[in-house]
Design a protein around this ligand. Structure first.
Ligand code: SF4
Length: 171
């Protein structure tokens, strides 16, 4: 199975806790003013990559703490991402997902929810330029939330991660 990508960062330290393999999917229609990655919007842009190649690259890096699904909009390529996530979970790595959709929107859509269910942390919502802040952990604007997915699904309400005085996540 192939996935359409904008790019990959195999040693990211800014897209979630620890060292991460970040998959930037191609395609997004949210059109957030001030988007950090406008070249990722074109649904037919980027390039195709087989998910088995991605899983093999993840296996090659023994130092990874997890993977991150970013974009573009990951929720537009649910099937290949679920396959990657299942393989990653089997290997004991954690999964962060970014989405321009909010948690409340995602759980109302069975397909989007199925991808959410195999991930651990959601950074949700569109980038809002007037709420931009450079001091936020893993986020671009203050409306975006760092959501504990599994706890939020279990208790059926949004439960966010807290950060300490060093701007580190308290898990
Ligand atoms: S959701 Fe992300 S990639 Fe899409 S327009 Fe907004 S900031 Fe850009």
């Amino acid at each position: 199975m192939k996935i359409r990508l904008f790019g990959i960062a195999n040693d990211s330290i800014v897209d979630g806790p620890g060292l991460r393999y970040t998959i930037f999917t191609q395609g997004c229609y949210h059109k957030c003013p001030g988007c950090h990655n406008p070249k990722s919007h074109d649904m037919n842009g980027g390039y195709l990559k087989d998910i088995n190649e991605i899983i093999a690259e993840i296996d090659e890096n023994q130092l990874l703490d997890g993977i991150t699904l970013s974009g573009g909009e990951p929720m537009l390529q649910i099937e290949p991402l679920i396959e990657i996530c299942k393989a990653v979970k089997y290997r004991g790595l954690n999964i962060v997902i970014y989405s321009g959709f909010m948690f409340e929107q995602i759980i109302k859509d069975s397909r989007m929810k199925s991808l959410l269910e195999v991930c651990d942390m959601l950074i949700d919502g569109k980038f809002e330029q007037d709420k931009k802040s450079l001091s936020l952990l893993y986020r671009g604007s203050t409306n975006q939330r760092l959501i504990n997915i599994q706890k939020s699904l279990k208790y059926e309400k949004v439960i966010e991660y807290e950060t300490n005085e060093y701007n580190e996540i308290i898990i």
